[in-house]
Design a binder for this molecule. Structure first.
Ligand code: ADP
Ligand code: RBF
Ligand code: MG
Length: 169
């Protein structure tokens, strides 16, 4: 899938210049097994968050697609941009809510069971149903470009240095 195949009707920068409540939201958990639907084969693997991390999110957030920063493993390691899907995945008619994080980095190996920390910086769009898998993928590719552009703004970029990613509890 080429990077050019993004939805031209969608803006690449979303949300205000400075963060507004309830953002930023810090979430910590571990990476659990998802449905194994082969999102990896689509080039979009998603680290599924454990239920404890999920609860933190659901108390404050509507379902939908979010963007921000994420770190896997120990504190002090590299922090990468991420996009997150929170909800029911209407395309797949899930019966359980989930939070799935696609990190914008090529990892050499899987990291099931590892600690994951996320700072949610903003909201991109509601969850949608799609006539085809290609349409879903196209919108996710667009979400990725939206996250990259939107995180370049100063207030959003600074979040990658947040204490969540550096300080031990
Ligand atoms: P599952 O249904 O078990 O979540 P996926 O196909 O969504 O399976 O793959 C997710 C797994 O892929 C993650 O748990 C993680 O171990 C691995 N992974 C590799 N690269 C990434 C990435 N860039 N973002 C998220 N997960 C990744
Ligand atoms: N699933 C949907 O059914 N509708 C969506 O609008 C949707 N948006 C997503 C956006 C992003 C950024 C990501 C990473 C996933 C999204 N998904 C959506 C979830 C997708 O269906 C899921 O990753 C696969 O089910 C594999 O687990
Ligand atoms: Mg997944």
């Amino acid at each position: 899938m080429s990077k050019c195949n993004i939805n031209p009707d969608r803006p690449l920068i979303v949300g205000p210049e400075n963060l507004e409540k309830p953002f930023p939201i810090a979430v910590s958990g571990t990476v659990v097994k998802g449905f194994g639907r082969g999102s990896r084969e689509l080039g979009i693997p998603t680290a599924n968050l454990s239920d404890d991390a999920l609860e933190e999110m659901f108390n404050e957030c509507d379902t939908g697609v979010y963007y921000g920063w994420s770190q896997v493993g120990s504190k002090g390691t590299t922090v990468y941009p991420m996009v997150m899907s929170l909800g029911w995945n209407p395309y797949y008619k899930n019966e359980k809510k989930s939070a799935e994080v696609h990190i914008l980095h090529e990892f050499a190996e899987d990291f099931y069971g590892e600690a994951i920390r996320v700072i949610v910086a903003g909201y991109i769009r509601p969850e949608q149903n799609y006539p085809s898998l290609d349409d879903l993928i196209r919108d996710i590719k667009t979400d990725i470009e939206v996250a990259k552009s939107s995180l370049q703004r100063k207030a959003y970029n600074e979040l990658s240095n947040d204490a969540l990613f550096t300080e031990s509890q």
